[in-house]
Design a protein. Structure first.
Length: 416
């Protein structure tokens, strides 16, 4: 049987088209593999959980969580749902067992002591020296966090005269003071004070745009600044290391892929703060919501006091929490001395180097497979070519020896 010139050309065009499709597929696969993790997070569709992110400005809108014995465990100015978690100031773990929306009460079950992370590295750093200035940390590398406020209207009645100010509440002053506190630790800070009014269940949908914009610069931590909405100031007013301040509540959303990482981050902050500033961190609430924390594995919501405490007390707490978070992120003690712990941010950077090498190796392997397939036109031929090339590169130690190598005389393969 004979083939015309036209038939041969068609056959060649088909093979070329097939190879082109394969190359396109490989390019798509490689592009997906090399997509940065944070880039994926930034493009994540908005979680559809607005109903679980209900926040109350103050007054009578708050939940009271009780133990099965009837004793009040804590109160909180946000919605509470079954299976929400709570870590108390003394590191006891509780799970919400039932909720009564009508009376705005819930019942929590005690599950035991919460296992907290070790901070031996921090104690070792304190033991080494107490004379190093915090200013020395400024030259220790690229440190960067981002700050915003979902509820920009939140205010402090004793200081601002109102619990809510549409044109920018006292919470923005607290956010600015927190920024300055981080900068004193040698940390670069991006702050965004965009308004996300009204103060309703859709506020997190609007603030998501702000958070996503901040994440483009790839900060080591993403911080959403709030104040609580419970009426009793005594739950927050405290004295820490002789300073009249307020306690800080840490909130973590459990309805996103970063919930476990963010919970660990919150526990690290509390563990370090408990050592540096005993009594500063009030507790940790893990609620049914996202709070935009799917955008970063080190995202945290901080509540500085409540609307019935003074703004000045809240501002005093910012330097303490900034110091504790700097220690967690970068592995330094409050005096600037580096500890044995490399810090959460540094660990990810170091781990990123190893991950980058693995991606390079994977890319080389995929490229080699693609080249071998295109050069031979078949899977079997691809394998044979890879064997021969590997043998040539390793001097015949690995892979299939080529005919040229096998046909050499013994003298040519013997040491001279």
């Amino acid at each position: 049987m004979t083939y015309s010139k036209e038939t041969a050309e068609v056959s060649m065009d088909l093979r070329t088209s097939r190879k082109a499709r394969i190359i396109t597929l490989l390019i798509v696969i490689i592009a997906l593999l090399f997509t940065p993790e944070r880039g994926i997070a930034a493009a994540t569709p908005e979680p559809e959980d607005d109903n679980y992110e209900s926040w109350f400005e103050g007054g009578d809108q708050y939940y009271t969580v009780k133990l099965e014995s009837g004793e009040t465990l804590f109160t909180v100015g946000t919605g509470v749902n079954v299976d929400d978690e709570y870590i108390s100031g003394d590191n006891q773990h509780y799970v919400i067992a039932s909720v009564d929306p009508q009376s705005m009460t819930a019942v929590a079950q005690h599950t035991g002591a919460e296992e907290m992370p070790s901070i031996d590295w921090l104690k070792a750093a304190f033991a080494q020296t107490t004379s190093i200035s915090t200013a020395s940390s400024a030259s220790s590398g690229n440190r960067h966090v981002a700050i915003y406020a979902t509820h920009t209207d939140e205010s402090y009645v004793p200081s601002d005269g109102t619990e809510s100010e549409d044109n920018g509440g006292g919470i923005l002053d607290v956010a600015q003071t927190l920024k300055e506190a981080f900068e004193e630790q040698g940390v670069t800070v991006d702050i965004n004070t965009t308004s996300h009014l009204p103060h309703d269940n859709g506020a997190y949908r609007r603030s998501r745009q702000t958070a996503a914009a901040l994440m483009k610069s790839m900060p080591d931590a993403l911080i959403d600044v709030h104040r609580d909405g419970i009426p009793n100031p005594d739950e927050y007013i405290t004295t820490v290391n002789g300073e009249n301040t307020v306690k800080v509540r840490l909130l973590v959303g459990r309805s996103n892929q970063n919930s476990a990482a963010n919970k660990d981050f919150a526990k690290q902050i509390k563990a370090v703060a408990d050592e540096q500033y005993p009594g500063l961190v009030k507790d940790i609430f893990i609620g049914k919501g996202s709070y935009n924390q799917d955008l970063s594995p080190r995202s945290i919501l901080l509540e500085f006091g409540t609307h019935t405490t003074s703004k000045e007390r809240a501002q005093k707490a910012t330097s303490m929490i900034a110091t504790a978070m700097t220690s967690v992120l970068y592995g330094q003690a409050a005096n600037g001395q580096s500890g044995a712990n490399t810090g959460a941010a540094e660990q990810q950077k170091n781990g990123g180097v190893g991950t980058g090498i693995l991606w390079i190796v994977l890319f080389v392997v995929v490229a080699a497979l693609a080249y071998a397939f295109l050069a031979t036109g078949s899977g079997k031929g691809m394998i044979e070519k890879l064997k021969r090339n590997t043998s040539e590169i390793t001097g015949g130690l690995i892979g299939k020896k080529s005919d040229e190598y096998n046909n050499r005389d013994d003298d040519s393969r013997s040491p001279q």
